[in-house]
Design a protein around this ligand. Sequence first.
Ligand code: ARG
Length: 253
Amino acid sequence: MKKNIIAILLALVLVFAMTGCGGSDSGALKVGTEPTFPPFDTTDEDQNIVGFDMDLISAIAEDQGLEVEFVNLSFDGLVPAVKNGDIDIVAAGMSITDERLEQVDFTDAYYDSQLFVAVPVDNTTITGIDDLTPDMKVAAQTGTTGAAKVQELYDQGKIKEAVILDGLDTCMMQLINGDVSAVINDKPVTETYMKKQPDKIKMVGEALTAESYGFAVAKGNEELLEKLNAGLANVIADGTFDELIEKWFSTAQ
Ligand code: ARG
């Protein structure tokens, strides 16, 4: 009798160990991001990774009975990391582009965005991209669509230097300090930096691009892609998506 109970207890321990109940590395999906991109990807006072993307992917995972944990990487490291299996999902306000579609698969789009030129609020000479001149330095975050635009301007001889930096926070700091003349970045994120530090930065001119964000997975990981798309559709249908928009876009984060 006693032996049976011990055997049953051992079996239970084994089952819990295998299914990872209560464990921390319980086979949770690794979600990679780069958190200087508020309100999509940012950090709280305790340096936890938080944001609209984190809440959205968590809601999608919960809907699909999956668990997620967040991994902090540089933006240009995200596609390589999902390709080599270090992470399962990219949730980083990542625009669905043809170049990236050659390397990874994307879910359905969840947010429409645009690139804009940002300048110091007191600048009166730059009213759009055509006012950038060959004596100017222009910054963007490494690996982003904004950086591709800045590189293009440089290659065309239209600016003096493409200042490609790791964090978007550094780009914005350099803009405020006058180290660079302009930053090219996603509109909703520049708007959030404008709210965080009022009267420092403004956007000028027309939208340079129209882009849509999706979550990326390894090429051919159809099982995960289908779950993420199903979960996304469900959290849109049940109102969770709109609640998260309200939570993250109504105040400066
Ligand atoms: N949407 C732009 C891109 O895909 C910028 C994304 C930057 N995201 C971030 N988490 N830093 O290139």
